[in-house]
Design a protein around this ligand. Structure first.
Ligand SMILES: O=c1ccn([C@@H]2O[C@H](COP(=O)(O)O)[C@@H](O)[C@H]2O)c(=O)[nH]1
Length: 271
């Protein structure tokens, strides 16, 4: 999916919600365990219940690879089940020397046909560029993460001026464009959104950390939305585990609708 198509989806669904498929065999409802592929069955029902309110889905790869071959199969079936008009994110946080990054890119873009993958910036340009060689595919570069430990390095003041995460935003704009690169910025960092928008006014931001991590949707929307939308806000546990009974999918749909309604209001106000 390209930039214009993503922006169009946001406008037509009045939503910039990304549903996180962090599907954990120990947390899904008990009654699904009798299914042949409980994780795929869980994802399928979550997708069906939330598809009208979400523009993107983000399976976190850790939850699948931790289950070995069976997990990869559940992931493949999930990505095949998702319709073409939603944006798909492999939250895999990859990146390595160039020829290895190329193999990661082939795995997630060719074998599994994801639209995008999260990549760590630490190894620099030659670790990221192989992902950018695929047409209509995206890198989502970790810039300012939502976790407490994100402060350990990302807020480091540099002798050359600015903070380390700001340097990631500045330098990486030489590697890709707003058409093939987004940035991860945690919802728990809403104080930084104004500064970030000065550095990357036109790039999409993937924002995890609302719901279970307590990020504030209103604040980040006020400071993060741009004329094309420009945000994908992820919620995983807050939606998919809102209930673990027979009504889990219905309850997930209700949670997604609540968030979408708020988003529709912010889009009206700020676009
Ligand atoms: O900075 C980051 C980068 C990635 N994540 C991932 O997003 C989801 C958040 O899940 P919730 O249940 O909504 O908290 C999860 O897959 C993380 O690994 C992040 O939280 N922060």
């Amino acid at each position: 999916m390209n930039y214009q198509e993503l922006s169009q989806q946001i406008k037509s669904k009045s939503s910039y919600l990304c549903v996180g498929l962090d599907s954990d065999i120990n947390k899904i409802p008990q009654h699904l365990l009798k299914e042949e592929d409980p994780i795929f069955e869980f994802n399928k029902q979550i997708i069906d219940a939330t598809i009208d309110y979400a523009v993107a889905y983000k399976p976190n790869i850790a939850f699948y690879e931790s289950m070995g071959v069976k997990g990869w199969e559940s992931l493949q079936k999930t990505i095949e089940y998702l319709p073409d008009d939603v944006f798909t994110i492999a939250d895999a946080k990859r990146g390595d020397i160039g020829n290895t990054s190329k193999m990661y890119a082939k795995a997630f873009f060719e074998q599994m046909n994801f639209d995008s993958i999260t990549v760590a910036p630490y190894m620099g340009s030659d670790s990221v560029e192989p992902f950018l060689e695929f047409e209509d595919k995206w890198v989502i570069l970790l810039a300012l993460t939502s976790n407490a430990g994100g402060k350990d390095f990302q807020f480091e003041s540099l002798n050359s001026g600015g903070l380390l995460y700001q340097k990631v935003l500045e330098v990486s704009q030489k590697w890709g464009t707003k058409e093939n690169m987004m940035y991860v910025v945690g919802a728990t960092r809403s104080d930084e959104f104004k500064e970030i928008r000065k550095l990357v006014p036109n790039h999409f931001l993937l924002v995890p950390g609302v719901g279970a991590q307590g990020g504030n949707l209103k604040e980040l929307s006020q400071n993060g939305l741009n004329k094309d939308g420009g945000l994908l806000v992820n919620s995983s546990r807050g939606i998919i585990y809102a209930s673990n009974g027979q009504d889990f999918a219905k309850t997930a749909g209700i949670k997604a609708l609540e968030i979408q309604k708020d988003m529709a209001g912010y889009l009206d106000q700020y676009l």
